[in-house]
Design a protein around this ligand. Structure first.
Ligand SMILES: C[S@@+](CC[C@H](N)C(=O)[O-])C[C@H]1O[C@@H](n2cnc3c(N)ncnc32)[C@H](O)[C@@H]1O
Ligand code: SF4
Length: 451
């Protein structure tokens, strides 16, 4: 049987499977976690430790039709001003709840489009953060940049604030595809943004592109990848386009009949993957590529790669604190998510309260399954002995969580004495195999292994 027909038989092409950027996935968060838990978890961060901070800015000038991010359009600075004031208050509340001497290992601004803020607001936000939570030595400060929404002043403000990494959204350079997904963006504008970032000493550049877009074919994706390569990025995220018009209503602008079939999607991914690999990039997990010497490449080679809400990371901080509407924080104790409604978030913070609306407190079983799913998504391999040592379990006890896996995915896994690995041709199944380990997916047609 061909790999494609095997994958089809195993349900790959009809599966709506999470990307497992967290375990449990955010749709299982409950209102049982609230502001008091968030405050207690902040207070439990050891004094003097370094943490990571994610700042969410849910505004854009343009609302691209393909985009599944929760973001609102604005053509004026007024909503941004109000939002920035709220963020500043929230950062103050967070810093008050943290013990003394906490520093920032990572700072990431995402959205939406954080660079929608004018230069003075960028400087104000950065100063508010670093006055209370200074950068640790070797810090990384990154921002998501829409090349259509950046200029010299804003870049200068970011560089002065210590920016040393940037992520540029490309999606695809083909004009027909761009018109169909409502995202016009010339190569010249994109290159100008990349050049301007490099001219300011930004040493690491990531580019986001998508496969599975309407009218995309192998020739078009090859041309886009060649153009991406000419920007000389250090990292590339090659995401599968998620068409979910029932969640992201503007996607109904995209004609379903122009979307590639599931088999064609796999071909598009494979075409792009090969081009990156031929160009010397290392494959990182299910959808990233990194140049030799890049932090992700080194982490992957040394077995230190981790999964988080941004996809893959080499971040080692035990706490990731998210501020802004809908932001998710991860502590050793569990997840806490802010209210996703910008107005409800702002109202809570204005009242001097944290805006935590839901989350999840970890059980020991959650932590074990999180580690197993993380290993699958990062390394395509679960080492029962290594994970067992971490959780005080024997390799055999860890392996029980995978009872029945060979019946579910016959021939797709290679077994070693105390480890299991997804065979190379079966890697597109990684998310489905991860779902086998997801004890919460059982109520939604997923599969829970015996405990
Ligand atoms: C917050 S957005 C990008 C930042 C910036 N606003 C921009 O447009 O360049 C982050 C990334 O999410 C990805 N993304 C958005 N909608 C998606 C979808 N429906 N399916 C897959 N990836 C998507 C895109 O690759 C995008 O670059
Ligand atoms: S892709 Fe970027 S600019 Fe476009 S709507 Fe999404 S977040 Fe906004």
């Amino acid at each position: 049987m061909s790999t494609i027909s095997q994958l089809r038989k195993l349900g790959l092409f009809d599966a709506r499977v999470p990307r497992y950027t967290s375990y449990p996935t955010a749709n299982h968060f409950k209102p049982t976690v609230g502001p008091r838990d968030f405050e207690a978890w902040l207070g439990a961060v050891p004094a003097g430790q370094s943490v990571s901070l994610y700042v969410h800015v849910p505004f854009c000038r343009r609302l691209c039709w393909f985009c599944a991010c929760r973001t609102q359009g604005t053509s004026t600075a007024a909503p941004l001003r109000a939002y920035l004031d709220t963020l500043k208050t929230e950062i103050g509340l967070v810093a008050d709840a943290l013990p003394e001497g906490v520093t920032l290992e990572r700072l990431h601004w995402g959205g939406g489009t954080p660079t929608l803020m004018p230069a003075d607001m960028i400087a104000e936000l950065a100063a508010t953060i670093t006055e209370r939570l200074p950068f640790a030595p070797g810090y990384e400060f990154s921002v998501e940049i829409d090349p259509n929404e950046i200029d010299e002043d804003r870049l200068d403000a970011l560089a002065r604030a210590g920016l040393n990494r940037a992520s540029i959204g490309v999606q695809d350079f083909d004009p027909t595809i761009q018109a169909t997904i409502g995202r016009p963006q010339t190569f010249a504008v994109t290159k100008a943004a990349a050049d301007a970032l490099r001219a300011r000493g930004i040493r690491s550049l990531n580019v986001d592109i998508l496969y599975g877009l309407p009218h995309q074919n192998e020739q078009r994706i090859s041309e886009s990848v060649q153009q991406v390569l000419s920007l000389a990025p250090d990292r590339v995220a090659l995401y599968g386009y998620a068409h979910v018009p029932w969640m992201a209503r503007r996607q109904s602008m995209i004609p379903t009949d122009a979307l590639p079939s599931p088999e064609e999607r796999l071909g598009l991914y494979e075409t792009a993957r090969q081009l990156f690999v031929w160009d010397g990039f290392r494959e990182i997990g299910i959808d990233h590529f990194a140049r030799e010497g890049d932090g992700l490449e080194v982490a992957d080679r040394e077995g230190r790669l981790r999964r988080n809400f941004q996809g893959y990371t080499d971040d080692t901080a035990a706490a990731l604190i998210g501020v802004g509407a809908s932001s998710i924080s991860r502590f050793p104790q569990g997840f806490a998510q802010n209210n996703a409604s910008t107005s409800a978030y702002q109202a809570a913070i204005r009242d001097g309260r944290f805006a935590t609306a839901r989350g999840h407190g970890f059980s020991d079983e959650d932590r074990l399954r999180e580690a197993m799913i993380g290993a699958l998504m990062c390394d395509f391999r679960i080492d029962f002995a290594k994970i067992g040592a971490e959780f005080g379990l024997t390799p055999a006890q860890v392996a029980t969580r995978l009872n029945g896996i060979d019946d579910a995915f016959p021939g797709m896994l290679a077994h070693e004495a105390t480890a299991i690995e997804i065979r190379a041709g079966a890697r597109p199944l990684a998310r489905m195999i991860a779902r086998f380990l997801d004890a919460y997916a059982v109520n939604e047609g997923g599969h829970s292994a015996a405990i």
